[in-house]
Design a protein around this ligand. Structure first.
Ligand code: SF4
Length: 689
């Protein structure tokens, strides 16, 4: 029997797992030595072995449905991309990536598009998940850096969870939190969420806030904390302090109660708990990020921690809970259309020069590329001549599925690399490239607490599957780039990535893993999970737990920012919220293979309050049809007193391809945050028929 230590491929908790292989028997257990989960796993992690094997896999490269060799297929892709760039310019091509990719895949894709093709049209499904938190971090902290670590959830006196169903979406971190509450019963948990989720059920206080009320709630909190004299002594020196004072005055209790639909006593109770708890962690997730004011909402939370100095020390700080296993790794390499590489910005001249020099870049992208929704809009207009979609299923996961379908139909060349076959997106593909899946591929991921962990292979590749980074290197050569892509293994790529990160460190950034740039292949293979930063010239530390410790004196370089809610008249209709089920992941291409995981919620449902059901004259299991634009969602009804009146909930996982009109994004519009480009998935307006 062989045992391999690797990392779970699902959520941003990034749990370590041990895979034991004996013949064709595979067993998965939690890795007790992994400092993010200490051996714990959730239902999805426990069932990983059931999702492995060749069932449902993409096995061979193909062009227009005809199986072909790797060399001919990638030569064809390279030729088509080259032709588009020569005829229409670098911005006529694009990559659309995934938080499922490993950092090494992300690195090569970003290098090729931004450093060699010369366009920043490389975006990712992480745009849908945490890009508002990224922008809020940059504004509030000066860089996109999560200040704390998971241990802070255990050390806090008060944990506030906003727009996060942590019990279902980050289950092992929730297990850690619950264990800490059992050990220290005076710890308090407040959950702010329109729905009474499993997490809210477990809380000491649940604030069933009106969707979009978070700005008022946190601005009111900041005003309350200042009235209580909670501001740090040097608060007046924080950039933005004087700008926000006048606006804050508007957030008295009456306004907060009006805009949140919350009872005044409950609001004051929450505010008092915050004010009387020296150690507070505020975890925020999709309910904050997936909003048309997601960045402002993130900053409203950061403000409360910055002004009261609850940041950078044990048991304190704002904490962005990322959804995907490698959402942060993609950010580190610059895998977003508005960032460069080495965690730097596209307009950072010093970084541009250093990166161009290290890459020997023939032409470095100079302006931001198209963010996810913009990219598919440009595609529909005919501006994108070739797109390569890696490890994601935008036909289901992007808002306005009808528009995404039109965009993919309009694009002359759609390349899809994936480990599974038959996704909705693949119906529009001209070229299919089989990618290695979890258990077959190797590289690194970075979880929500800045911890790099190795994913290691313990199975042979299925069929002719290859790593995405390998495909990209072959394609780069086919485009005529005869240097820069001669990597022989993942360690080669990782060393270059680590060397590049030192540029960020030299320019004052927190992300710096320069110390890992000299790892041998063997050291890379054996690399233990560790948190960044790890600057060159210093001994490796497994835990680098907190950034922006304000004592003795290292305040963040960002600024306070206070925006008022945008109150445009909402269209009439029902508010449709969406999110995850406990045992499913994304569009179910992997978790759908486990019959055990299907038992928890076997089919998708529209949840609504029993009083609303009476109003609509439906009852449990009746089919309810929702419409918005030209999209339709038709699902059975589930009666739930956990829903606020006037609000509906449906899961994100099902597609229209397999289950009729079950894809929730068919009725979610393309409205998005103007700063981050993150779609406002949570506040769709629909008609119920
Ligand atoms: Fe995997 Fe997340 Fe569950 Fe951990 S909590 S086992 S990373 S899905």
């Amino acid at each position: 029997m062989t045992e391999t230590r690797t990392t779970c491929p699902y959520c941003g908790v990034g749990c370590g797992v041990v895979a034991s292989v004996s013949g064709d028997q595979i067993q998965i257990r939690g890795d007790q030595h992994h400092p993010s989960n200490f051996g714990k796993l959730c239902s999805k992690g426990v069932r990983l072995a059931e999702t492995l094997g060749v069932r449902g896999r993409l096995m061979h490269p193909s062009i227009k449905g005809e199986r072909d060799s790797w060399s001919r297929t990638l030569a064809y892709v390279g030729h088509k991309f080259r032709q588009a760039v020569d005829q229409h310019g670098p911005d006529s091509v694009a990559f659309y990536l995934s938080g499922q990719l490993l950092t090494e895949d992300y690195y090569v894709a970003n290098k090729l598009m931004k450093g060699f093709i010369g366009s920043a049209n490389v975006d990712t499904n992480s745009r849908l998940c945490m890009s508002s938190a990224v922008a809020a971090h940059k504004r509030g902290l000066g860089s996109d850096s999560v200040p704390g670590c998971y241990e802070d959830f255990e050390l806090a006196d008060l944990v506030v969870l906003v727009g996060s169903n942590m019990s279902w979406c980050h289950p092992v971190l929730f297990q850690r939190l619950q264990a800490a509450r059992r050990a220290r019963p005076r710890m308090r948990l407040v959950v702010i969420d329109p729905r009474r989720t499993a997490t809210a059920e477990a809380a000491d206080q649940h604030l069933a806030i009106r969707p979009g009320g978070d700005l008022a709630l946190f601005h009111g909190l900041l005003r309350f904390l200042i009235e209580q004299g909670q501001q740090r002594p040097d608060a007046h020196q924080l950039p933005g302090w004087s700008d926000i004072q006048a606006s804050l005055q508007a957030y008295d209790l009456a306004r907060v109660a009006r805009e949140t639909d919350l009872n005044r006593d409950d609001i004051v109770d929450f505010y008092r708990q915050f004010a009387t708890s020296p150690q507070v962690v505020t975890g925020f997730s999709m309910g904050i990020n997936q909003s048309e004011q997601g960045v402002d909402q993130g900053n409203a939370i950061l403000n409360c921690h910055l002004v009261t100095d609850r940041i950078g020390r044990p048991g304190m700080g704002p904490f962005s809970l990322t959804g995907q296993p490698n959402a942060m790794g993609g950010r580190e390499v610059g895998g977003l259309a508005n960032t460069l590489a080495a965690h730097r910005e596209l307009d950072d001249e010093a970084a541009r020069q250093a990166i161009a020099e290290l890459w020997c870049s023939p032409q470095l992208a100079s302006r931001p590329g198209l963010k996810a929704v913009e990219l598919f809009e440009a595609m529909e207009r005919g501006q994108i001549k070739a797109v390569w979609i890696m490890g994601t299923n935008p036909a289901v996961s992007l808002p306005d599925s009808g528009q995404v379908a039109r965009a993919l139909q309009a694009c002359p060349l759609v390349v899809v690399s994936d480990c599974v076959s038959g996704t909705d997106t693949q119906r529009y593909a001209d070229v299919l490239l089989p990618a290695t899946g979890w258990g077959e591929k190797a590289g690194t991921v970075t979880n929500s607490e800045r911890r790099l962990s190795r994913q290691r292979a313990f199975l042979p590749a299925s069929g002719e599957a290859r790593a995405d980074w390998w495909m990209l290197c072959q394609m780069a050569k086919a485009m005529g780039f005869n240097y820069g892509f001669n990597f022989t293994n993942e360690a080669d790529i990782f060393r270059e990535h680590a060397a590049l990160s030192a540029i960020n460190g030299r320019l004052g950034g927190a992300f710096d893993i320069g110390a890992l740039a000299t790892l041998t292949d063997q050291q890379y293979q054996q690399l233990a999970p560790l948190q960044w930063p790890q600057p060159a010239g210093q001994p490796l530390q497994l835990n680098n737990q907190r950034l922006f410790a304000s004592h003795p004196a290292s305040p963040p370089q960002g600024q306070l920012h206070l925006s008022s809610p945008v109150t445009s008249p909402a269209p009439a209709g029902w508010v449709l919220n969406n999110g995850r089920y406990r045992d499913q992941w994304h569009t179910m291409t992997r978790t759908g293979l486990s019959s055990q995981l299907g038992r928890h919620r076997p089919w998708p449902e529209i949840s609504l309050h029993p009083d609303d059901a009476r109003l609509l004259d439906v009852t449990a299991n009746d089919l309810l049809t929702l419409e918005a634009g030209d999209g339709t969602l038709r699902l059975p009804v589930a009666l739930s007193a956990q829903q606020r009146r006037g609000e509906l909930f449906a899961p994100i996982h099902w597609s229209g391809q397999y289950s009729g009109q079950a894809a929730v994004n068919a009725v979610v519009g393309r409205g998005r945050d103007s700063l981050s480009g993150q779609p406002g998935f949570k506040g769709a307006r629909v008609q119920a028929l």
